[in-house]
Design a protein around this ligand. Sequence first.
Ligand code: GAL
Length: 370
Amino acid sequence: MKKKVLALLLCGAMAVGMLTGCGSKPADTPADTSTPSETPAATTPAPAETTPAPAETTAADGCPGVDGLNIGVCIYKFDDNFMTLYRTELQRYLEAGGATVTVMDGKNDQAEQTNQIQNFITEGVDVLIVNLVQSTAAANITDLCSAADIPVVYINREPDDDEKARWTADGTKATYVGADARQSGTFQGEIVLNTANKGDINGDGKVSYVMVMGDPENIDAQYRTEFSIKALTDAGMEVEKLDEQRGDWDQARGQEIVANALTNYGEQVEVVFCNNDAMALGAKQAIEAAGRTVGTDIYLLGVDALTDALEGVIAGSITGTVFNDHIGQSHAAAEAAAKFAAGETLDTLIGVDYIKVTQENAQEILDLLK
Ligand code: GAL
């Protein structure tokens, strides 16, 4: 029931992207613990939310078309909050549909993951779902799969445009399912623009910020970093980058980076952008330890909508986050696998929307994801 409601909300919120399960395309989502999503809150100018949703998504049911299939799933590493939510729902959805699923931990090592893929190929799986350790490995992995005539569905880490163009040119059975990280960055910037002072807390005419990046090789990190700031400058705000460090999606790193930034720049820091919620949760600890108050003398943004982050948004200790729809994305990936196995041809990109989350809709999202 809850899942059905979520599906409805997601479908409704999805005007722009496509959703998974909602009859047409997939959507993306964050993982586990917290899942959330939805409506553009007060701040969002985004397209969202208008479409009345085809109500019948089958979030709680199994994936259609996978009964009897043997599916190999490779995750870049298990020790990642968001991807844990993602893979848990992916496995559940596939198994509920009757598939036999094996999920491997790439341990953040591309050589290890490539071995796992070779083993799946030797075993003769019907289809592979792959969260690459390195997006740049896509060409090699695609060639391995293609030579064995095994379709591959990439998730979470997007191969570049040249690689996707190659799939089209060669008729390769490969696709990427995911969200457009530019949208999540834009949503972060919009949340700041919707605060009373548009992020310029001290009124000096510029927004002085600290950026905590994920893995900089990852397009999600690159686009979130770029587009959060672009939203501000597009709106006419002047910005000042005080610090930018890679936190590799990790909470402890987020804490350390922001603690250092607050020591070095003190009151100058008006906004802390984190490329994901795990790092924002670390940043929140550092902000509290420094005696700063989110919403009063500093703003803090994340992405994913993990449960703890949603609770922070509700409490006001995190300004906002962006729902990275792990349910929509995992379902879209599973459905793409089913279609490939049935011999269908798919687009090289299957998109899922993000949803802006502020204090206005965080509880709603949290309730839906419980
Ligand atoms: C992002 C997500 C991060 C991390 C990363 C792994 O989409 O926001 O939390 O899971 O994927 O590639």
